[in-house]
Design a protein around this ligand. Structure first.
Ligand code: PEP
Ligand code: MN
Length: 359
């Protein structure tokens, strides 16, 4: 190698090491600023400060790099510091495994979320005593320990069946009590939290309300177990932040539910984001449920996807079951009848604990 090049490369290596030291020192100072900002509830990103730094850097730029190149290089450095500050912040989140490394279990009656695979099942909406009791009797006979059913229904059209309200809550409670099952039902309004909590064992916050921060806080204050569904277009991060709203009220009993997200795909009702469910298992300590009914809207896909979810380590699968789906008052096409549920269960049986499996 040409000795002049070797010598100059030696200079470059020395400067690289100097730069590395300076960058690391800069990052440590930026992190310290980030901590103070977090303490004061201030944003980490300060555009005025960024402008100020870029202004003096370009003014003092001795060349040979153009101002545009200097700006680009420093913006990368600023961005890297910001990512560092935000990552530090996440470590402090209550949902994070960095805050609580061990799995959270949520106990409700005979069901333990996080204590081995569970099945949550029941009709989309509570419609009558006969429908609810028949369904509970059937499901209990199959080892299902968590009964679902909506008394307050979030419907796309305001003219569609909205649920039976308190009457429905009473029926759901009575049906679950016939077999010591846990009862999970949706609450849509802060004003109903107290009433729903009187009848239910688990409050469900539906996909459409995942961003209803007042409701999340109220559910947090109730200290009831909460099944938090991921929003239709929510990122994984937004879903975790929603959980944080509940946890930050001192309520640690949060169960996360992935129920499919909205994509361009039309052949399924939604697109099951299994990556999101697994990320929830890895990054949070909370139990995770996969709702294969709302994720797919297609009965033939439910068993394969439930298998995938259970194999990936989720804590429960959620399905809708109705004695006669053809006449159901909501979600007719996606609810299984009893024979279909038996078929579904037989296909996932080997992945369930003996207690929740058939025969
Ligand atoms: C439901 O489970 O009844 C429901 C409406 O689900 P989602 O909020 O996931 O649409
Ligand atoms: Mn439904």
């Amino acid at each position: 190698m040409e000795p002049r090049i070797l010598e100059l490369r030696g200079e470059i290596d020395r400067i690289n090491r100097e730069l590395l030291k300076l960058l690391s020192e800069r990052a440590r100072i930026a992190a310290a600023i980030g901590e103070i900002q977090t303490e004061l509830g201030l944003d980490h990103y300060d555009p005025v400060r960024e402008e100020e730094m870029l202004a003096y850097l370009t003014a003092e730029n001795p060349g040979p790099f153009s101002d545009a190149v200097i700006k680009k290089l420093f913006k990368e450095i600023f961005k890297a510091s910001l990512v560092l500050q935000e990552r530090e912040d996440k470590r402090k989140f209550l949902y994070s495994r960095e805050t609580k490394p061990e799995d959270t279990t949520v106990r409700v009656k005979n069901a333990v979320f996080g204590g081995g695979p569970l099945v949550i099942a029941g009709p989309c909406a509570i419609e009558s005593e006969e429908q609810m009791f028949n369904t509970a009797d059937f499901l209990a006979g199959r080892g299902v320990t968590v009964l679902r059913g909506g008394a307050y229904k979030p419907r796309t059209s305001p003219y569609a069946f909205q649920g039976l309200g308190v009457e429905g809550l009473k029926l759901g409670r009575a049906a679950a009590d016939r077999h010591g099952m846990a009862f999970v039902t949706e609450v849509m309004d802060t004003r109903d939290v107290e009433t729903v909590a009187e009848y239910a064992d688990i409050l469900q916050i539906g996909a459409r309300n995942m961003h209803n921060f007042a409701l999340l806080k109220e559910a947090g204050r109730s200290h009831m177990p909460v099944l938090l569904k991921r929003g239709l277009s929510a990122t994984v991060e937004e879903w975790f932040y929603a959980a944080e709203y509940i946890l930050s009220q001192g309520n640690g009993q949060v169960i996360l539910a992935e129920r499919g997200i909205r994509t361009y795909e039309k052949w399924t009702r939604n697109t099951l984001d299994l990556s999101g469910a697994v990320l929830a298992k890895q990054l949070t300590h909370l139990p995770v449920v996969v709702d294969v009914t709302h994720a797919t809207g297609r009965i033939e896909l439910m068993a394969p996807l439930a298998r995938a979810a259970l194999a990936a380590g989720v804590d429960a699968v959620h399905v809708e079951v109705h004695p006669n789906p053809k006449v159901a008052m909501s979600d007719n096409n996606q609810q299984m009848d009893f024979a279909q549920f038996d078929d579904f269960l037989s296909k996932i049986n080997d992945l369930l604990e003996p207690a929740a499996s058939v025969g």
